[in-house]
Design a protein around this ligand. Sequence first.
Ligand code: BGC
Ligand code: CA
Length: 623
Amino acid sequence: MAPCFSRNPAQRFARHLAPSLSGLALALCLGSLIAAAGAQRPMIETATQAHPAAAFAFPASPDPWWKHAVVYEIYPRSFQDSNGDGIGDLNGITSRLDYLKTLGIDAMWISPMYPSPQVDFGYDISNYESVDPQYGTLADMDKLIAESKKRGLRICLDMVLNHTSDKHPWFIDAASSRTSPKHDWYVWNDGKSADAPGVTAYQKRFEHEGKVPPNNWVSGFGGSAWEWVPAVHQFYYHKFYKQQPDLNWDNPAVEKAMFGAMRFWLDRGVAGFRLDAIPTLFEDPQLRDERELGGVNAQGDPNLAGNYTDNLPKVHDVIRRMRAMVDSYPGDRVLIGETYLPNTAALDQWYGGEAHDELQLPMDMLVGFHGDHDKLTADSFRQHIVEVETQVHGSQPLLVFDNHDNVRAIDRYGDGTHNDQINKLLATVLFTTKATALMYYGEELGMTTTTPTHKEDVKDPIGITGWPQEKGRDGERTPMQWTPGPQAGFSTDPHTWLPVAPDYKTVNVQVESKEKGSELAWFEQMMALRRSNPALRSGTMTMLDTSNPDVLSYVRSTGTGPAVVIAMNFTAEPKTLSLDLSSAGVTGTSIKTLAADDASLLSIGTLKNVTLPPYASWVASVQ
Ligand code: BGC
Ligand code: CA
């Protein structure tokens, strides 16, 4: 598969993980969703956890809540600062719950808020059962969970299982002596002699006490994946930064401890987890060298295949046990996976295939971060959507276009001229297929990627070591834009941890919520339709006009009541189409526009010769 870092910043993170993938390759809801859908039983599910914050009572639904959900990723540093230190925090999130409710989401995934040295901005955790003081306290988290529940919103946490911080007491103990009880919780190796045959000049760069790392593995974040610890005269393995030592999942004590940490939060009422870098838990026991693909990546390291550190079969045994543990809780707790995979067949394995006994929602990165350099083509979207709806044994797809690791979709898919329309088109795809939808804060506003222009401004370490080829992930992590006022309403501190993007005076919640036709208005409208329209909520989906290279169209139908037809022009030219719904068994002839991002489409009353302006989205009922 593709070599390590792509020079294309658009593909930065997906690509970056891809080599490793090549080898093989959140919770809620709610009363109002249910009320809107109309058909649910009035029964109440009540959790019986020890912690008072956990006593939740979401009305039960015949489907698990996550099946119809919109999950909203919050990067806590960047969402809302409540105490004026320029860094977002949990009380900031709580203060914005009414906004999130109005927007129409069902659940949040909050990126790591645990105590952390913040080398990788929280993905280096030093205590899994607490809250970093920068973000607040455990009591603040309980309050956030409780206040969310009042609004019918669920909270999923990010669970980083592959590695801890090097400042976690487990690792400090593990690195202190070979006989420490925690030593075997991490992945250690004595290394090989620097004089051994075949040791390359590159490997000799990492020589200590006459030893070099046992193999050629490189860290995804630059340099050797092995770090020497003089106290134990051994190397430890780290897939990511050296401050993120990998846990040894072959040691059952590790699984016990990490499941314990998950239970800690499940008991407090969280609805599930987003599992960070989950395919990377195991490494090849023989530590075989990866095949070199030629050339070097943005960090200057050799490009390697990723056969021995990703997607090892044993990870699925852990996931099955984890699923059973999570299923022992009431309320449809959910496991969402960060799963950059090469194809749909690999994705199916993460659901547990036919057995459906692994993750409920592994992310499908093939539509939102697919390999064609993010080309916006109707054919490729159609193909990927059909695949994920038909080749995963009936499991529920999870679509996603944006996250904290990749250039924002509006910049990857945008053409610079029609970015508003393209962002709306992506939202239309996200909210009108059968898939569960995952979105990222600011996506609803059309927030753009603001990559640092000077190396000295970069905060993300990979942007410092990789400069200028790799400028890091700061650009997609800038503060949420709430108002046209100081710091976009994010903080009272003019020194926000990352600068507010320059377009905040027009791209913000306050302005867009008053503007008919804004991106925010479109996102709200799509989410509201998805919630209230039975065909969009649970209808079957049939692709239409499948050889059309320019327009993606499909129909959703429950078989009774109006069907919904969706059509999107994936080009910068007007396109005229005629749609025949007979293949979907839909016979109605009365057409009524439910939503259109161009006034010319509002009064369309036919499926014949409909002209879609450039990048337009059109959603209509058919009866
Ligand atoms: C997260 C990244 C993080 C990495 C290491 C990921 O995939 O999304 O932000 O740097 O895991 O934890
Ligand atoms: Ca703060």
